[in-house]
Design a protein around this ligand. Structure first.
Ligand SMILES: [Zn+2]
Length: 61
């Protein structure tokens, strides 16, 4: 299973389609392998969420 995390370490996260959520101002999801929060910045293009909003993270759980 560590091979997946290795890919994540290089930024190749795998978006969990079941974790996609629409929020104010965009679409967020989580990596299916390492649970890193991701946000959609363009169709089919995801970036790791940079925000440190504890309140928002809490709501997503
Ligand atoms: Zn990942």
């Amino acid at each position: 299973m560590k091979i997946g995390y290795l890919a994540c370490a290089f930024g190749r996260h795998r978006v969990d389609q079941d974790a996609i959520r629409r929020v104010t101002g965009g679409v967020v999801a989580r990596c299916g392998r390492c649970s890193t929060p991701l946000e959609q910045v363009a169709p089919n293009y995801w970036e790791v969420q940079q925000v440190r909003d504890a309140g928002l993270s809490h709501r997503l759980r």
